[in-house]
Write a protein that binds this ligand. Sequence first.
Ligand SMILES: *[C@@H]1O[C@H](CO)[C@@H](O)[C@H](O)[C@H]1NC(C)=O
Ligand SMILES: *[C@@H]1O[C@H](CO)[C@@H](O)[C@H](O)[C@H]1NC(C)=O
Ligand SMILES: *[C@@H]1O[C@H](CO)[C@@H](O)[C@H](O)[C@H]1NC(C)=O
Ligand SMILES: *[C@@H]1O[C@H](CO)[C@@H](O)[C@H](O)[C@H]1NC(C)=O
Length: 251
Amino acid sequence: MASTSLSLILLALSTFLLVLSPYAQAQKPSAPAPSPSHLNLTGILDKNGQFKTFIRLLATTQIGDQIKNQLKSSTEGMTVFAPTDNAFSNLKPGTLNALSDQEQVQLILYHVLSKFYSLDTLLTVSNPVRTQATGQDGGIFGLNFTGEGNQVNVSTGIIETQINNVLRGESPLAVYQVDKVLLPLELFGAKPPALPPPPAKAPSSAKNATAIAEEPSASASEKSDHSGSGGRNVGFGLAVGLGLMCMGALW
Ligand SMILES: *[C@@H]1O[C@H](CO)[C@@H](O)[C@H](O)[C@H]1NC(C)=O
Ligand SMILES: *[C@@H]1O[C@H](CO)[C@@H](O)[C@H](O)[C@H]1NC(C)=O
Ligand SMILES: *[C@@H]1O[C@H](CO)[C@@H](O)[C@H](O)[C@H]1NC(C)=O
Ligand SMILES: *[C@@H]1O[C@H](CO)[C@@H](O)[C@H](O)[C@H]1NC(C)=O
């Protein structure tokens, strides 16, 4: 008898709790959500002890501060790809030093997305994804994400690497370890043809090559009266002249 009434009470109580639980859940979001102002990217990276170079670059380029401020004001969150110290030391020697200050800023901004992406959402993005370097110097500075299952690869067109380690995965800040520095095509892709060779040193042959170069252009300007392609012919003449000049320099 007593046990029946006890189970009735328990039943009533659990029903009451069940009815109540949606309200309890609805109230949850107002419970402490991680405040962006408490997010410390350096702290997240520092804990792991293998991001000293990246931490230093975040400081020297002041992008660390920039990220901190953006996290406070942005509703979209952010995503950071953090190359390990090994990744930096695997670069060709002098790679970083060969970059201007502005290019170092672009390189680091290339590792930052103005939106929070979980690993899952990285697999569904439409490539290429804009980075914070996008638009700098008119460059695309995009990253491509591909993958299978829960393995995500990030590629720049120059390097491709797997995302193996999630340092922080909760909105509004995702931090992923990458074992290669993400080298943007805009800075490390095939450079436009090198600057024209310095003027030939041998003065005698250069003078004569110039004399030769002037001949075709003179005849071209005569033709231009009816062909209208004088400009192109002059250009051709100059090219021939330059070619002869180079050959002269070789002799
Ligand atoms: C962030 O973390 C770093 C390293 O742990 C620490 O030196 C720094 O004081 C922290 N900054 C803030 C604002 O808490
Ligand atoms: C990811 O990149 C690795 C090389 O880092 C490659 O071996 C692998 O096939 C790539 N996977 C996908 C899904 O593209
Ligand atoms: C990135 O993906 C886009 C769209 O699939 C493609 O056009 C582009 O060539 C890719 N770029 C790189 C660097 O893989
Ligand atoms: C260069 O060509 C001119 C004729 O155009 C000639 O008089 C002169 O001797 C040549 N100079 C040399 C160094 O060959």
